[in-house]
Structures are given as C-alpha cells and as structure tokens.
Design a protein around this ligand. Structure first.
Ligand SMILES: *Cc1c(COP(=O)(O)O)cnc(C)c1O
Length: 356
C-alpha cells in the first residue's frame, strides 16, 4: 500500500518525477548511458541545467538582475555562505525558531548581529510583529516558514534594507514578489526535490561588496560564472528537481499550487479546531499551510501514542511532532494529495468517536 506521507523532510515527491528519474538513471535520453555516468559538461546534461533554471525563472517570475544557483551543502550551509558573501559589519535577524536561531549563530562569526524580535518567550507559537527593521545593517534575514513550529510569514514584507529569506519549506507554495528580496535560499528537500541540492536566488548587485577574501567555493560569483557547475553538480538531485518543477508547471504553476495548498491546510485546521481531542499550537493568523502542528488536549494527553498507532494502521507516516513541540506535525507539502489530508481528517473523526 502506498503510504500517506506526512514527513517533514525529506518528504513526498510527485510520482511522475520519481518515475522519470528512475528511467533517466537506467538510460538517459535514450543515449545508452545512465545520467549518473555521463560528463556534466555534455550537451544532454547542460540541457537539464538550462531547463531547470528556466523553470525556476518562469514559475517564480524572477526578474532580470537575479541569478538562480543550484549548489550543495543544504540550507544549513547557506546560514554561513550568506554572511560570508554579504555581511560586512552588521546584519539584522528575525528569530522565529530553530532554523532562524541556527542562521543567527553562523552570522555572528562574520559580524555584528541584531535580533530585531524573537518568538522564543512563547515557544515560537506566533510570528513576532511590530518590530522595526534597522537602516544601518547590510541585510535583514527572515525564515518564512518555520518547519518545526508550524508558523509562517505568508506575505512579502517591505524592508528598507536588503531582505534575505530562508524559504526552505515554503518555496513554490505561493506566488512571491522576488523583487522585494535580495537573496532567497533553501534546501530542495521540502517542496522542490530531494536532499542534495540547495537553491539560491540572488540579485547580482549585492555581491562583491565585502572586504574579506572569499574561498572560491564560497564565492557566489564563481558559481554564477560557471552556471552552477564550478564543480561537479549533484545530477540526480537536480534531475528530480527539474521533473518536480515540470509537474508543478503542468498543474498550473505556483498560483494553482497555492490554492490547493490552502485548501489542504483549511481542511486539516478545521478538523483540529472542531475535534474536541485536539488543538493547534500556533496563533491562527500565523498558521503554516505546510507544517500543521497540533497536540492532544490535556484531558486526552494519555491517548497520544494510541492515536499515532491508530493513524499508522491506516497508512499514515511521518506524523510525530518535533520533540521541541511534541504532539503531531502533519507536513502537507506540494506533492501530498488532498486525499491524504482527507484520510487524516477521517482518522481524527473516527478516533474521537471511539474515545469520547
Ligand atoms: C529543513 C530546513 C533547513 C535545513 O535544511 P538542510 O538542507 O538540511 O540544511 C533550514 N531551514 C528551514 C526553514 C528548514 O525547513
């Protein structure tokens, strides 16, 4: 039985992307070789890189003056590579959870970091508001979707300084006005592909302004010059990402995806709010449409393990909440069909009937 995969990442991928990749691993473009066995300088491979870049530009409507890079190292490496390239003296960060905190820790190695606001005091159950972005910083960094806590910044904010965003877990889930950002990055493995490739969308004019010397592999400009092939690229990860974006385009692009993602999230949150055994952990207005975090109401706390087991027998996997939040986390990424969300909702209803 195919499972209902609510895993937080790596996560569910479109079946057609997996099938196309299996075929390319066996015989790439009918050339009698695997995509794993050919030079990344070959025409056939360069066509994949070009298509992938073109799909990014088209799907997110990326304006001129920006480059899209596909590198290795994950979003975690960007926590360091971003300040390496663009933090001269001081940067501002919004602390919205674990990933934001990790980004802050790395940035401190390169300069002064001002934390403009933090959700730490309420265990990151909402997005801080009413803060002021300082004018005297090189950039302001946000994490748009907090994968662990299930909160999300759902609109493009206005910033008086260069805006940098970690969009690992909500890229391609809503239309984004890229022109409001100087740099957007993320690991592919939440919504656009498997682990092994990291996307970076960077505006050219912010580069080359730091005084420190940059190691070649750290310098975005080298990767721009070489079309993300300064060294051997992770070909399978990029191939699956390309196929995933082709699937996204085929269903109607990011605007259509946003509608479907919202519908899935509304369905699940409505049941969490209705069902007397469960409650959400995030302030309603800040609820993520990707990572739905919920716990059992106090009166039913001892049923938590039972519910997990109950869901498991119905083919649901990946529902365990992060240890910092507890309870459950249903990650309902792009490739997860609404039928899986409906199956979870049915499961919650049934469990309520049996236990109340
Ligand atoms: C998963 C995740 C990361 C870490 O990504 P890696 O590619 O594993 O380094 C960083 N930020 C956010 C928001 C994430 O969801």
């Amino acid at each position: 039985m195919k499972k209902h995969n609510f895993g937080a990442g790596p996560c569910i991928l479109p079946q057609q992307a997996l099938d196309a990749t299996v075929a390319a691993i066996k015989d790439f473009n009918g050339i009698g070789l695997s995509v794993l066995e050919i030079s990344h300088r070959s025409k056939d491979w360069e066509a994949v890189m070009d298509e992938c870049r073109a799909l990014w530009k088209e799907l997110l409507n990326i304006p001129d003056g920006y480059n899209v890079l596909f590198l290795s190292g994950g979003a975690s490496m960007q926590f360091m590579q971003v300040p390496y390239n663009i933090l001269n003296k001081k940067a501002a960060y919004l602390d919205t959870g674990v990933w934001a905190s990790k980004a802050i820790k790395e940035a401190k190695l390169f300069g002064e970091v001002q934390i403009v606001a933090s959700g730490k005091d309420n265990n990151y159950s909402s997005i801080p508001k009413g803060y002021t972005i300082p004018n005297d910083v090189d950039y302001f960094h946000i994490t748009t979707n907090n994968t662990i806590y299930g909160s999300e910044i759902k609109e493009d904010i206005d910033s008086p300084v260069n805006l940098v965003a970690d969009m690992s877990s909500d890229i391609m889930t809503r239309p984004v006005d890229v022109s409001k950002y100087a740099l957007i990055y993320g690991g592919a493995q939440k919504n656009v592909g498997p682990a092994g490739v990291t996307f970076i969308i960077v505006r050219d004019d912010i580069l080359g302004k730091v005084e420190r010397p940059l190691p070649s592999m750290m310098d975005y400009r080298n990767h721009i010059k070489e079309g993300s092939m300064y060294n051997t690229p992770p070909v399978v990860s990029i191939y699956i990402m390309t196929e995933t974006l082709k699937w996204l385009k085929s269903i109607g692009g990011v605007a259509e995806m946003h509608k479907r993602d919202n519908a899935k999230a509304e369905l699940l949150y409505a049941e969490i709010d209705r069902n007397k055994m469960f409650r959400g952990t995030v302030t309603k207005e800040d609820r993520s449409i990707m990572n739905v975090c919920f716990v059992m109401e106090e009166a039913y706390k001892e049923k938590e393990a039972d519910f997990m087991e109950f869901a498991k027998t119905r083919g649901m996997v990946g529902l365990k909440g992060h240890r910092l939040v507890g309870g459950f986390r249903a990650s309902i990424y792009n490739a997860l069909p609404i039928e899986s969300v409906q199956a979870l909702v049915d499961c919650m209803k049934e469990f309520e009937k049996l236990n109340t």
